[in-house]
Design a protein around this ligand. Sequence first.
Ligand code: MTE
Ligand code: MO
Length: 423
Amino acid sequence: MVNRRRLLKLLGTGSLLGALRPALAQTSAQAEEALPTFTGPGPNPYWNGVNPFVTYPQKLPLLRLTDRPVQLETPRHYFRTAFTPNEAFYVRYHLDEIPNEVDLTKWRLQVEGNVEKPLSLSFQDLVRNFTPVSIAAVNQCSGNSRSRFQPRVPGGQWGNGAMGNALWTGVRLKDLLKAAGVKPGTVQIQFEGLDRGRGPENLGSGRFLKSLDWDDPALDEAIVAYLMNGEPLPMLNGFPVRLVVPGKFATYWLKHLTWIRALTQEDKNFWMATAYRIPDTPNGSTTPEDVAAGKVKTVPIGKVNMPVRSFIVDPDGSYPLVVGLPAKVRGVAFSGHGKIVKVEVSLDGGQTWRQAALGPDYGKYSFRTYEFTWTPTAPGKYTLAVRATDEKGNVQPDTGVWNPGGYLWNKIERQEVVVIAAR
Ligand SMILES: Nc1nc2c(c(=O)[nH]1)N[C@H]1C(S)=C(S)[C@@H](COP(=O)(O)O)O[C@H]1N2
Ligand SMILES: [Mo]
């Protein structure tokens, strides 16, 4: 035992420093060589990214990934419910000049480009002149869970909290496009918001522009939302209106949406042609070797819907369970391909599975809660796992995907828990 007196004695004789010296010498010698590949957290990484809590306007304390642009992750326990509170909803931007206020007496939504009749709509026009619709839909960043990738990839090292579910209310995008009269020859619809900045240098990336193909069925379900869980959108989530594209990754869910454009040429801007692309392989997976060899053909991530996923919210491993006392294994599941029809829980790391009870069905693009009551009968260490199935028969795989963008992660999630005996 090194108590204070012994420590002082060691320091006094210099033997402690002496013991450290060879190690320091070794470190500087190693620095000359390439560092070994950093593989990140092991098989049971933290649920959330490891980051400080910060408080932004209209937000509860969230986990800050970066400050400019603002990127905030939602802590795990907010996923106990099917709807994520607005104040806890994650935030992701690409550019650092974001609106702090929007004057609704001046703000207009422009529908322009290859249309018969360009529109300039006020907030009042949107609310009064178009039929309101509501849809529950999960907003998930393409890079959600990127910190799980092995080998690691650059980009925000999100845990699982770059997602949220809300009831979105607004106007059908197709109603706006119909009112403007989209002309023949249109190939894509482009969306742009109010944020600006430099973006990655010299790549023409200072405006965040995203486009969906004119024949993409997602356009029929997309809405221009002015309410989120029945309230005006928080500024950081896109006030006054944002695009909601149910089933697609959130990169298309343009915040502070102000320009909708019918394009006659494919959108080749940085955010379509370079960023947010996935390998054109069955599950968007490839290898670092194939990327290095230039073998990988890519497509925009909007070509696919979000793969099926499920999450263990409780228990979170921070406390022991007790033999003979019922414990609730619970969380959420969702899929961009259709509604969740089954969630299974494993108590032995994925060898055997038991069906969990599903919570209410809020529509096929919503989070669906699940619950499984487990009364442990023996003390020990257990690995819980959860696996969801959607109505198209998609089931979560037990292998992780790999692609250089760090997108499409949907591997079965695990949680280690300790069970103790009550005496
Ligand atoms: N105007 C604007 N909209 C945007 C973005 C952006 O940078 N600017 N990022 C997109 C991406 S990649 C994501 S993941 C979501 C995040 O939505 P949230 O911040 O409301 O959670 O917004 C999308 N819409
Ligand atoms: Mo994203």
